[in-house]
Design a protein around this ligand. Structure first.
Ligand code: WNU
Length: 152
């Protein structure tokens, strides 16, 4: 990300406020800021589509998104949850080496996401064992939730 120093510092302190990244070493966080992209989405726009390949991890900097998923016995994808500022998504396809497992749809105009690509995500997570273990466990829990949802 090319930006002014003031903006860089804003993103740095924002990322520090994201629970997942709270304990990340200073230089790691600074590196993430360096390679961030920012994407903007309008209300109703798909950020992630279930079944597609994906190579990016997202952190919500502004706005709100809704998570929906195909569910057995339902014609329409079902709403699972909503996520807001400081929440993140898209880690599952990266960690499970799989296609996207749910839809992510912006529910507001001008939703802003900080986007980290696979290489930088691996650098961020891969070299930090606790983060890796935490996310792996979370992703396994999501798979169990998916199964449970489809049994009913
Ligand atoms: C869920 N099932 C599935 C969420 C975000 C981060 C964490 C929960 Cl650590 P992806 C689709 C994304 C997926 C997840 C997100 O949707 N997601 C879920 C579920 O119950 N995915 N399969 N809840 S919100 C969420 C925990 O990030 O990653 O790359 O794309 O498959």
């Amino acid at each position: 990300m090319k930006s002014t120093q003031a903006t860089q510092e804003e993103y740095f302190s924002f990322l520090r406020s994201v629970s997942l990244l709270r304990d990340l070493p200073e230089e790691k966080l600074a590196k993430i800021v360096d390679c961030l992209e920012i994407d903007y989405f309008d209300k109703g726009e798909y950020i992630i589509r279930e079944g597609e390949e994906g190579n990016t991890f997202f952190i919500i900097a502004k706005g709100e998104v809704c998570v929906t998923q195909t569910t057995e016995g339902c014609t329409e994808p079902q709403e699972i949850k909503t996520l807001g500022v400081g929440d993140y998504f898209g880690e599952k396809a990266l960690i499970s080496e799989d296609v996207r497992s749910a839809n992510i749809i912006s529910t507001e105009n001008d939703t802003q996401c900080l986007v980290v690509d696979r290489d930088n995500f691996n650098q961020m997570v891969g070299t930090y064992e606790e983060l890796q273990a935490y996310l792996k466990e979370y992703v396994e829990e999501l798979s169990r939730c998916d199964e449970r949802r489809n049994q009913h």
